[in-house]
Design a protein around this ligand. Structure first.
Ligand SMILES: C[C@@H](O)C(=O)SC[C@H](NC(=O)CC[C@H](N)C(=O)O)C(=O)NCC(=O)O
Ligand code: NI
Length: 136
């Protein structure tokens, strides 16, 4: 059976992104690799080991490229959380940017929040106990 493995994000400063995803969002740095020939470094972060079936984020740093034009197509990566209110408080306290405070989605009951990572990618937090479609 196919398995969702990772989402790749190109980032402008790998150390900054690793710091955010680990110390602000509470993920683990799972593995890191460098390709000197093609001048890029990969860092995989997530809440669980890939070997246990956890989907992860692949942070890609192209040496010397400090920013990207994100266009207007990319939406977000979603993370299920037991308490998005506490998580958002912790993110804000750690200097993270909460761009949509925790609360019910417009016209619905699922409770969500949005934060922005250091490159401007949006991360959605969903209160699993409130999630519709059987996620809760
Ligand atoms: C390890 C595996 O999960 C990969 O995603 S490697 C894919 C490969 N990545 C790179 O070459 C990284 C540097 C490259 N300059 C880039 O920014 O992508 C690749 O084929 N990338 C092309 C792509 O469109 O992802
Ligand atoms: Ni990949």
């Amino acid at each position: 059976m196919a398995q969702l493995l990772h989402t790749m994000l190109r980032v402008g400063n790998l150390e900054r992104s690793i710091e955010f995803y680990t110390n602000v969002l509470g993920m683990k740095l799972l593995r890191q690799s460098e390709n000197a020939e093609y001048k890029y470094t990969l860092a995989f972060v997530g809440y669980g080991e890939e070997s246990s079936g956890s989907a992860v984020i692949e942070l890609t740093y192209n040496w010397g490229t400090e920013s990207y034009d994100h266009g207007n197509a990319f939406g977000h990566i979603a993370i299920g959380e037991e308490d998005i209110y506490a998580r958002c408080e912790a993110i804000a306290a750690a200097g993270g940017k909460v761009i949509r405070p925790a609360g019910p989605v417009a016209g619905g009951t699922t409770e969500i929040a949005f934060v922005e990572d250091p490159d401007g990618y949006k991360i959605e937090f969903i209160q699993m106990s409130s999630a519709e479609n059987g996620l809760g």
